[in-house]
Design a protein around this ligand. Structure first.
Ligand code: MN
Length: 499
C-alpha cells in the first residue's frame, strides 16, 4: 500500500456533534482473557466449562484455612507468549498482590492479582478502521484469578454460589486511552481476540465469558484535558461494546451540556435497553488495600526461557497478512479477511500449495476462497472445518481457470458440482465437456453464424463500436458459455472491422 494514496485518519474525523460544538470520545479498554490451560492459576482443579456447580473446586479455590496457592507454570508461559504477541516487554521479575474486597463469590476475601509489578509491560496492537492503520498502546498485562459466580435467578429467596470459575487464570490486558470511536474500540477487541486465538493462549469465546471488556469512556472538547471517565463493566460481545460506547458518550455529552458534571462510576450495559446504568461509584486503587501476597514468592525467570517461548510462536496475523500481500499479490482487504481466523488462513495456504502458478493465480484463489467458498459456507451456516470442498479441489479449479481450460462462468458451475457431488474437478470437466473452446476455427464458425443472423446489428456496430457486446453475448450463448471470451472478442473485432 502506498502511503500517499491512503485516506488520512485524523481523530477529528471521529468527533461527535453536540449543542455546544463537537466532542471527542476517549476510550481505554481493560480486557479480561481467560488463559487456555487445563488447570487453574494456583490449583490443579479443572478449568473445563459447563461442569455441575462446584464440581471443579479444590480446597485452594474454596479458600479453606491453611491452604497455599502454587503457581501453574503453564499459565505463566501463556502470559509470556501473549506478551510477545503484543510486542510487549516481558518482566523477568514480577510479583503477586492481594486485591481486597468482599463479595460472596470471592471466598478468599481477596483476589490474587498483580499490581505494582505485572508480568508484561508496554506493547501495542495494530488496528485497521476504514482502511486506515492505527496503533493502540498496551500499558500492561497481568495475571490474576477469576472469581466464582453468583446465581440469583434459581430461587426467589436465595442466591447460590458456583465456584467452578474461582481461581481460573485470567490475563488482564490494559490498553492506553488511545481509541477515539466505537469502531476503533471494536477493531481493537477483534484484533486482540485474533492474536490470542493465533497464539492459542485464550480461545476468545465471548459467549462463555472467556473474553470480556471493561470499557472506560470519557468525553472532552478537542484539545482539552481528559474528562472524568466511567467504566462499563464486563461487556461480552463486540456489538455490545459498540452500543455501550455510543450510548455512554451521548449520555455524558448531554449531562455536561445541560450544566452537570460526570461522576466517576462503574456502570453496566443492558443489552435489552441498549443503555448503561449506574452500578456503584468507582473505587480507586487505594480502596482495595493492595499488598504483596505473603504466600507467593516473586515470579522470576531467565531471558533464555522467554527466548525459548518466542521461538515456538506461530506467524501472527499482521506478519501473515503482509507476507500474503507480497507473495501472492493479494489486496490488503483480501489478506485481512483471510488472516482474521487462523483456520481460514491455513485453508488458503493449502490452496496456494496446490496452485500451478501461485504468483499468477494467488489473487484468483483468494477471490474463490473469500467469495465462493466463504459465501457458500456462510449461507449454509457451516464452518471452514466442515467445508465439503477441499483446499486441493479449489486449487484445481483455479488452475484450470488460470490456464484457460475453463471460463470463470463454467468454473462456478463446476464449483457447484464439486460442492454437492464431490469428485476430481479435472475429471468432471473432461467427462461433462466443460472445457473452454479456444480452437479459433470452432469459434469462427459460431461467429459467422451469429453475424449472418443479425445483419441489422452489423450496421449498427460500425457506427457504435460498444455494440460489440451484443455479439459477444450471442456467441457465448451459442457456445454454451464455453468459448474463450478473449478469442471471441478478437475474432469478432476482426470480422466486424471494429477496433
Ligand atoms: Mn481485573
Amino acid at each position: 500500500m502506498q502511503a500517499d494514496t491512503k485516506k488520512s485518519n485524523k481523530d477529528s474525523d471521529n468527533l461527535i456533534p453536540g449543542a455546544t460544538g463537537d466532542w471527542e470520545v476517549v476510550l481505554g479498554l481493560e480486557v479480561h482473557a481467560q488463559v487456555n490451560s487445563n488447570a487453574k492459576l494456583f490449583s490443579g482443579a479443572s478449568t473445563e466449562f459447563g461442569g455441575a456447580p462446584n464440581s471443579h473446586v479444590s480446597l485452594v479455590d474454596a479458600a479453606m484455612p491453611g491452604m497455599l496457592p502454587v503457581i501453574n507454570k503453564e499459565c505463566v508461559a501463556q502470559a509470556i507468549r501473549t506478551g510477545l504477541g503484543l510486542k510487549a516487554g516481558v518482566n523477568l521479575r514480577s510479583t503477586f498482590d492481594r486485591k481486597n474486597y468482599f463479595y460472596p463469590d470471592l471466598p478468599q476475601g481477596y483476589q490474587i492479582s498483580q499490581f505494582k509489578q505485572p508480568i508484561v509491560g508496554e506493547g501495542e496492537v495494530e488496528i485497521e478502521v476504514d482502511g486506515d492503520t492505527k496503533r493502540v498502546g498496551i500499558e500492561r498485562l497481568h495475571l490474576e484469578q477469576d472469581a466464582g459466580k453468583s446465581i440469583h435467578d434459581q430461587h426467589p429467596d436465595y442466591s447460590y454460589v458456583d465456584l467452578n470459575r474461582s481461581g481460573v487464570a485470567l490475563m488482564e490486558i490494559v490498553s492506553r486511552p488511545d481509541m477515539r470511536s466505537s469502531k476503533e474500540a471494536q477493531a481493537y477487541v477483534t484484533k486482540l481476540r485474533t492474536i490470542l486465538r493465533y497464539l492459542e493462549t485464550c480461545d476468545g469465546d465471548m459467549d462463555k465469558g472467556n473474553l470480556r471488556a471493561d470499557v472506560n469512556v470519557s468525553v472532552r472538547k478537542p484539545g482539552d484535558e481528559l474528562g472524568t471517565r466511567c467504566e462499563i463493566k464486563n461487556v461480552n460481545s463486540i456489538r455490545f461494546i459498540g452500543q455501550a460506547i455510543e450510548h455512554e458518550a451521548r449520555r455524558q455529552i448531554d449531562i455536561i451540556e445541560n450544566g452537570g458534571t460526570i461522576d466517576q462510576e462503574t456502570r453496566l450495559f443492558d443489552p435489552k435497553t441498549g443503555k448503561t446504568r449506574s452500578m456503584r461509584s468507582k473505587e480507586e486503587a487505594h480502596d482495595y488495600r493492595y499488598f504483596p501476597d505473603p504466600d507467593l514468592l516473586p515470579l522470576e525467570f531467565e531471558q533464555a526461557y522467554v527466548d525459548e517461548l518466542a521461538k515456538g510462536l506461530p506467524e501472527l496475523p499482521d506478519e501473515k497478512k503482509h507476507r500474503m500481500m507480497d507473495e501472492y499479490g493479494l489486496s490488503a482487504y483480501d489478506a485481512g479477511v483471510l488472516v482474521a481466523e487462523r483456520a481460514s488462513a491455513n485453508y488458503f495456504e493449502d490452496v496456494v500449495k496446490g496452485l500451478d502458478n501461485a504468483k499468477r493465480d494467488g489473487k484468483s484463489a483468494a477471490n474463490w476462497v473469500i467469495n465462493e467458498l466463504f459465501g457458500r459456507l456462510n449461507k449454509e451456516g457451516q464452518d471452514i472445518s466442515d467445508s465439503p470442498v477441499s483446499a486441493d479441489q479449489i486449487a484445481r479449479i483455479v488452475n484450470m481457470i488460470g490456464s484457460g481450460d475453463i471460463s470463470g462462468k463454467i468454473a462456478k458451475d463446476l464449483f457447484e458440482i464439486v460442492w454437492t457431488e464431490g469428485g476430481d474437478p479435472g475429471e468432471i470437466v473432461d467427462k461433462r465437456g466443460m472445457k473452454q473452446v479456444t480452437d479459433t476455427g470452432a469459434i469462427e464458425k459460431v461467429v459467422d453464424e451469429v453475424i449472418a443472423a443479425n445483419p441489422d446489428k452489423v450496421e449498427a456496430v460500425k457506427a457504435k463500436p460498444t455494440m460489440i457486446g451484443f455479439f459477444v453475448g450471442q456467441v457465448m450463448k451459442a457456445s454454451g458459455g464455453k468459448a474463450n471470451p478473449k478469442a471471441v472478442n478478437d475474432i469478432l473485432k476482426k470480422k466486424l472491422g471494429v477496433e
